[in-house]
Design a protein around this ligand. Structure first.
Ligand SMILES: CC(C)(COP(=O)(O)OP(=O)(O)OC[C@H]1O[C@@H](n2cnc3c(N)ncnc32)[C@H](O)[C@@H]1OP(=O)(O)O)[C@@H](O)C(=O)NCCC(=O)NCCS
Length: 175
């Protein structure tokens, strides 16, 4: 039986977590977790979060990273720009990477991680404003995953997608 979401725990990547065993099927995302995520955290360019089962707290089942970001107003669709001030760059939260271990895919863990990341970005946005959450999808499959959750592609850069914070706020209004 796959674990229920309540059996999963999201926490910042730490020394106790076993990075070596993680494999999501994409070498770039595996390499990032194993070799670069800790360094990025120390340099404060990305905040990596991992998910474990409460019963196996060292085994990384999935991860994501969040960073501060800015989107050029010119990159956004015209109907979105119309509702924004005419600053050259608007603040956003970047969900830089998100991956689930191959052995755990298809059980709702990707959705669980995505919702956790959106909630975290939403909570932060009341203190450090962000107009949207932006993702850089690594391939067509990843684009499909984010579109499934209503992310919208930037017109001239289809692998970069965004979800307005207003939409995210509506998602958490009842929680
Ligand atoms: C993409 C990935 C994160 C999805 O994780 P997962 O745990 O397998 O996905 P879930 O089981 O949570 O799926 C949640 C929903 O998304 C849908 N979904 C999953 N992958 C999808 C895809 N590629 N395209 C469209 N929909 C997708 C599922 O059908 C499911 O929909 P439902 O709830 O309506 O049935 C995972 O496959 C992965 O890590 N892949 C390799 C790395 C990667 O591509 N990362 C993407 C970010 S760069």
């Amino acid at each position: 039986m796959p674990p229920e979401p309540s059996q999963w725990l999201v926490e910042p990547l730490g020394k106790k977590h076993d990075r070596a065993a993680f494999s999501c099927g994409n070498e770039i995302l595996d390499h990032y977790l194993k070799e670069l995520a800790g360094q990025d955290a120390r340099r404060r360019v990305a905040a990596p979060f991992i998910v474990v089962a409460k019963t196996a707290p060292q085994t990384i089942l999935g991860y994501y990273t969040l960073s501060s970001f800015g989107i050029d107003l010119a990159e956004l669709p015209a109907d979105v720009v119309r509702k924004l001030p005419t600053y050259p760059v608007v603040p956003a939260a970047l969900l830089g990477r998100l991956a689930v271990d191959r052995r755990q895919q298809g059980q709702g863990l990707g959705e669980f991680l995505l919702i956790d990341a959106l909630r975290r970005a939403f909570v932060q946005s009341s203190q450090i404003a962000a107009f949207a959450v932006v993702v850089d999808a690594i391939d067509e499959k990843a684009i499909g995953f984010y579109k499934h959750f209503d992310f919208l592609p930037l017109p001239d850069r289809p692998n970069r997608l965004f979800l307005p914070m207003k939409t995210i706020a509506d998602l958490f209004r009842d929680f």
